[in-house]
Design a protein around this ligand. Structure first.
Ligand code: CO
Length: 133
């Protein structure tokens, strides 16, 4: 089995502060980590759940993929992060299985991780992020 954990589920939100406040009120949730990833045009707040995260994600600029998603589909589930031991190996294996990569090779993600995204087309309509810690 290549998958070691559901690393995170990412939820696209318009207003990160409002989303954090809602999770605090609804679940008594605490933000474990916050990060702005300039290359992706996102700001994230990670809420730890056991050894996984809920990643509330807002756009920092209008042309980022999250901004386009929000314009088109509104707030909601954006992608699922699958934790793997070796991102490059998992990416090669997924492509061999017929997946369409968005990232041709692993690249730096938030929290110091190494990540690669897989297109929903060809992966059961699910945007997948392979995450190596
Ligand atoms: Co992610």
């Amino acid at each position: 089995m290549q998958l070691t954990e559901i690393d995170h589920i990412a939820i696209a939100v318009h207003d990160l502060e409002a989303a954090i406040a809602y999770y605090q009120k609804a679940f008594d949730a605490e933000v474990h980590h916050r990060e702005t990833v300039d290359s992706d045009g996102v700001e994230e707040a990670l809420i730890k759940v056991a050894d996984s995260y809920i990643q509330l994600t807002a756009a920092t600029r209008g042309d980022s993929p999250i901004a386009k998603f929000l314009q088109k589909r509104g707030e909601g589930l954006h992608h699922v992060g699958y934790r793997v031991d070796d991102c490059a190996e998992a990416l090669t294996r997924m492509v061999a299985a017929g997946a369409t990569p968005i990232d041709a090779a692993p690249r730096p993600g938030s929290r110091g991780t190494t990540v690669a995204f897989i297109h929903p087309k060809g992966s059961l309509g699910t945007l997948i992020e392979l995450v190596q810690e």
